[in-house]
Design a protein around this ligand. Structure first.
Ligand code: B12
Length: 216
């Protein structure tokens, strides 16, 4: 199945058929491949059709809802999260409504044995900071689809820099592929373009903490 075909299935409104097709794909692919190679390009295709006025806002909402359903229905959770090897708090910047990427990021962390607190999109900094003070996450993951959210990076970085212990801040999302974030990297943020690089980052951190032969 191609991502264009999946986009068409989303637009047909047949959520059950979409799920069956995705479950079939998962018999021979990983969940990360599903998210990165199939669902993401399918949603980018929806965005393109929307931009070209080939589909309506209602069509785009329907496709988004079915994509959201498919991600949740194929997600994997386990009790192991309670004894997780790390804690990630993830969120979208204030004013950022796109959140399917965040759900995928949450899945990658969970698959690597992390506990995840997914705060969803559009989280004002004051609440993010309060939550981080309580949760004391090892990692804070920020997502931006809109380039217009990126001027907030410095404010968020400065605020999270006051936390003790200081979490690693990861920044990802469509916007980071379109703009230069070297200033954020200079301040210690880790800018990651996709789920593949996130997976590598999680893996290298694990090796750093436990050595390659550790049981985790
Ligand atoms: C669905 C959608 C919406 C939905 C979102 C609902 C939801 N549940 O998320 C709604 C209707 C709310 C919406 C609103 C708008 N949208 Co919109 N939307 C989309 C669409 C079609 C799909 C988004 C999506 O889910 N993509 C799939 C996800 C999985 O991709 P992703 O976010 O890039 O995430 C991947 C990676 O980036 C990465 N990642 C993401 N976050 C992170 C974080 C970390 C830490 C890491 C490591 C990785 C990572 O992981 C994912 C896996 O591959 C896109 C098209 C597109 N190209 O994305 C347009 C798009 C992003 N939207 C666009 C626009 C213009 C808007 C609006 C301004 C429209 C309007 N006039 O109101 C508003 C803005 C709302 C806001 N304030 O945020 C434009 C942006 C153009 C631009 N100039 O930047 C796009 C590109 C459409 C287009 N072609 O024009 N949108």
């Amino acid at each position: 199945m191609t991502s264009d075909e999946l986009a068409d299935i989303f637009l047909s409104g047949d959520d059950y058929y979409a799920l069956r097709k995705v479950q079939h794909y998962l018999q021979t692919h990983t969940r990360k491949e599903l998210h990165q190679e199939l669902l993401t390009p399918a949603m980018y295709r929806i965005g393109q059709l929307w931009q070209e006025n080939v589909i309506s806002v209602a069509d785009e909402h329907l496709a988004t809802a079915i994509c959201d359903f498919v991600i949740s229905a194929t997600d994997h959770r386990s009790q192991a999260e309670k004894e997780a090897i790390g804690k990630a708090m993830i969120m979208g910047f204030e004013g950022e409504d796109h959140y399917l990427g965040l759900k995928m990021v949450a899945c990658v962390f969970r698959e690597h044995g992390w506990a995840v607190h997914d705060m969803g999109p559009n989280l004002p900094l004051v609440y993010a900071l309060d939550a981080a003070k309580q949760l004391k996450p090892d990692v804070i993951g920020l997502s931006a689809a809109l380039v217009s959210r990126l001027p907030l990076v410095k404010t968020y970085m400065d605020a999270f820099g006051t936390l003790d212990p200081k979490p690693t801040v990861l920044i990802g999302g469509r916007a980071v592929t379109l703009a230069d974030l070297s200033h954020a990297e200079a301040e210690g943020a880790v800018v990651l373009e996709n789920l593949e690089t996130l997976q590598h980052w999680i893996q290298s951190r694990k090796e750093l903490n436990y050595g390659t032969s550790a049981p985790h």
